[in-house]
Design a binder for this molecule. Structure first.
Ligand SMILES: C[S@@+](CC[C@H](N)C(=O)[O-])C[C@H]1O[C@@H](n2cnc3c(N)ncnc32)[C@H](O)[C@@H]1O
Length: 268
C-alpha cells in the first residue's frame, strides 16, 4: 500500500476519512488515467471531509471535486474550494436539480448511506450525465449480503446481475427494449462495483460478422466432449429422414446438456 498513489493521498489528507484497505488498489486501477486532468468528480458521503482532500491530492488542482451529503454541516468544506450539495441520494428530485447545475460528469463515487435504494437511485439518476469513458463506482456493496439495508430481492448486487442481463440483451437474438444503452461494461471487485459508461459502444446491437476469408469447411466439435450427444448424432445419421425426428433429436440434445451438467459443482 505504501506505493499506492490513492493511499498516500489519503494519508496526506488533514481531515479524517475512513476507507477499507482493499479499496486503494481499486482506486489506483480505476482512477489513475483521470489524474491531473480537468475532470468533474463527485463523491457521495462527506462525513468529516477527509476524502474531499484525499481526492484533491490524488486528482490534482484541475479537478472539480464535488461532495454530496445530507448533513448540512458539510457546507463548511466549501471554503476549501470544494463544491458541496446538500440533499438525499435517494431523492430523485434532488438529483434532477443537481444534474441541471452540474452537467456532464467524469466520475461518481458513492460512499453514502449504502442502502440498496440509495445505491440504485443514485446510479439510475446519474448514469445519464456521465461522459463516455467515465465511471460510476458504488462502494461497500457488501451491504447486499447484510441485514438492514433493504429488501434482499432488490439488493444492489441483484440490480448489478440484472444489469449484466440487460447488457447481454444487446446480442441481436436477445435484443428488446430492455437493452442497456449506457453501461458498456462492469468491473466487480470485493465490495466495489464499477460501471464503465460508454453510450456510443453500448448503442451498437451485436451482430455476427464474417471477415470474408477462405472457408475450409472445418467441422465444429462443440458436442464432441459429450458421449450421450455423440450417440444421438449417430442415431440421427440413419433416422434423420423420418419426419419430425430431427426436431426430437434437437430437443433431446438440449435436455441432455441440461441434466448432465458437469459444472454444477462449481455453483457452491
Ligand atoms: C461512510 S460516510 C462517508 C465517508 C467519507 N466518504 C470518507 O471517506 O471518509 C457516509 C456519509 O454519507 C452520508 N449519507 C448517509 N445517507 C445519505 C443520503 N441518503 N444522502 C446523502 N448522504 C448520505 C452521511 O451523512 C455520511 O456523512
Amino acid at each position: 500500500m505504501s506505493t499506492s498513489p490513492s493511499f498516500s493521498a489519503y494519508k496526506k489528507s488533514p481531515y479524517r476519512s475512513i476507507k477499507h484497505n482493499t479499496y486503494f488498489s481499486v482506486y489506483d486501477h480505476l482512477f489513475s488515467k483521470f489524474r491531473n486532468k480537468k475532470i468533474v468528480f463527485i463523491e457521495i458521503g462527506v462525513l468529516a471531509g477527509g476524502s474531499l482532500f484525499m481526492w484533491r491530492n490524488f486528482f490534482g488542482s484541475k479537478a472539480r471535486i464535488i461532495g454530496v451529503d445530507m448533513n448540512p454541516d458539510a457546507k463548511k468544506w466549501e471554503k476549501y474550494g470544494f463544491e458541496i450539495f446538500i440533499g438525499s441520494q435517494s431523492d430523485e428530485n434532488f438529483w434532477r436539480n443537481f444534474r441541471e447545475k452540474i452537467g456532464k460528469i467524469d466520475i461518481v463515487l458513492d460512499d453514502g448511506g449504502h442502502t440498496y435504494d440509495q445505491q440504485i437511485i443514485t446510479t439510475e439518476m446519474l448514469l445519464e450525465n456521465i461522459k463516455d469513458g467515465g465511471l460510476l463506482v458504488i462502494e461497500d456493496t457488501h451491504t447486499s449480503y447484510m441485514k438492514g439495508f433493504g429488501a434482499t430481492k432488490y439488493s444492489f448486487i441483484n440490480y448489478t446481475k440484472n444489469m449484466i442481463d440487460k447488457i447481454n440483451r444487446r446480442f441481436s437474438k436477445l435484443s428488446d427494449d430492455k437493452n442497456e444503452k449506457r453501461i458498456w461494461s462492469i468491473e466487480i471487485f470485493e465490495s466495489i462495483v464499477a460501471f464503465c459508461v460508454n453510450k456510443k459502444h453500448s448503442s451498437l446491437v451485436s451482430e455476427p460478422t464474417d471477415n470474408g476469408g477462405k472457408n475450409d469447411n472445418s467441422i465444429d466439435y462443440r458436442y464432441e466432449d459429450n458421449q450421450a450427444i455423440k450417440d444421438l448424432e449417430y442415431i440421427n445419421k440413419f433416422l434423420k429422414y423420418i419426419p419430425g425426428f430431427k426436431f426430437i433429436i434437437k430437443q433431446l440434445k438440449f435436455f441432455l446438456l441440461k441434466v448432465n451438467s458437469k459444472s454444477k459443482i462449481f455453483f457452491r
